[in-house]
Design a protein around this ligand. Structure first.
Ligand code: FAD
Length: 133
């Protein structure tokens, strides 16, 4: 059974590009080996990430990620059963803050990234649009 799990969290310190790169290097290696895809974005010390794959694999990975000391205040935004993955092109895509990022944010009425204000549908749609840029 395929699922899509989306969560938000707060970085425990400011993340440099190198810090994000370190996360992505491990994530891409690991996710590829367990057939998980998804998208991550980071701004204003918030992470928003979606993970798609087999339910057991996603659940297990999420528990590991939630334990990672680089972030806390982890909140599951949505947990959905899906027919097919929509982030299949990415073992783990990443979108830094950019003009396109802020243009998409303004479509949901935000000037400053605060994923706590997103509805579950907005969170997934925001990540999906970012993944296509
Ligand atoms: P190890 O690398 O040996 O990690 C051991 C412990 O140390 C773990 O608790 C780990 O979380 C922690 N750790 C590792 N590196 C650091 C560091 N630089 N600073 C502080 N603590 C550290 N992993 C994936 O495989 N797929 C993902 O999609 C993914 N997304 C992530 C998203 C976010 C926002 C964050 C913060 C991490 C993400 N990770 C992801 C990394 C994940 O949390 C684990 O670090 C990774 O899976 C390796 O864990 P490990 O226990 O196998 O190995």
């Amino acid at each position: 059974m395929l699922i899509r799990l989306t969560y938000l969290s707060r970085a425990t310190r400011d993340m440099s590009l190198q810090d994000i790169q370190d996360i992505l290097t491990v994530a891409r290696d690991n996710n590829q080996s367990i057939d998980i895809c998804g998208m991550l974005c980071y701004d204003q010390r918030y992470f928003l990430q979606t993970l798609e794959g087999e339910r057991e694999e996603v659940n297990e990975l999420f528990l590991d990620i939630a334990d990672d000391p680089r972030h806390d205040d982890v909140v599951i935004v949505s947990y959905e059963y899906i027919e097919a993955t929509t982030f299949g092109a990415w073992d783990m895509g990443f979108a830094p803050a950019s003009d396109e990022f802020y243009a998409l944010l303004s479509e949901v009425g935000q000037n400053t990234f605060d994923p706590r204000e997103f509805s579950p549908e907005q969170a997934v749609s925001f990540l999906s649009k970012l993944s296509k840029q």
